[in-house]
Structure formats: C-alpha cells, structure tokens
Design a binder for this molecule. Sequence first.
Ligand SMILES: [Zn+2]
Length: 163
Amino acid sequence: MQAKPKIRIGYGVDVHQLAEGYPLWIGGIELPSLLGAVGHSDADVLIHAICDALLGALALRDIGYHFSDQDPQYKGIDSKILLKEVYQLIRTKGYGIVNIDATVILETPKVNPHIEQMQAVLGAILELHPEELSIKATTHEKVDSFGEKRAIKAYASALLYQL
Ligand SMILES: [Zn+2]
C-alpha cells in the first residue's frame, strides 16, 4: 500500500454578534467602527476561524475545546495569544503551514483597506508570507444578520505539511 502524502487540510468558521460599545478586532488589528464584536475574548472572528482550521487539520478539536469561554483567564484575551498557542501546538505535532485562505463577511466598515496589515500581523505569528496567507472580504448584500450588521463571520481553510 502506498503511503499517504504528508499533508492535511483544515477548515474553520466563526461568528460573533455585533453591538455598540465593543471594539472591532479582525485579523489581529482593531478597526475603527461604531459596532464591535461581542465575545468572551477580544472576539477576533478571523483569528478564531484560522485557529479552528489549523486545529481541524490535525483533528485537534476546536478553539473552544482548548480555550474555554467559561475560563476567566481568557476573558478579554488578545486572540493573537491564542493563535500563537495553536501554532505552537501544530509545530509540536510536527507540522508547518503551506498556506491559509480566509474570508471575512462584514457589511461595514470596509475590511479591504486593512488586509495588508492583517497579513503582516498574522504572518509574523504564523511564519507566513502574504502570498501564503490569503485574506478576503465580502459583504452579505444587506440581507440576513450579517447584512443587517448584527453579526460578523469568517471562514478559513489551512493546508499543513509534515515537517
Ligand atoms: Zn470567535
């Protein structure tokens, strides 16, 4: 029997409610916005989706399994710290990242002008060049909770290779 190729694919999705009086953290940076994301941590939907994609690629459950939203030590935590821990975990398991492809769904404000900065911040943590860390943004065409500015969502796929 032929050995399987030493690559693994992972997929992650995350949603947060939007409300006034909260900061809007996406991809490790804070965007100026009247509405922010509600959550136990800093509610960075993009980082959470990427964490789930990385964990999922190695069947390591999900972000809530590793960092419980009932645990007071994660209250308001910078999600970049969680991403660092997840990346450490996959390295410990003997894997590196080939590439990541992610999409943020947000009606307003515009995410596109901030994508290069997100790639720089997340790429520094994950040791990825911008061309290996794709971040895309789209609106929800004013329909449903996302289009009505009641929620934000992100999807991420990650491909890992054995070191
Ligand atoms: Zn989340």
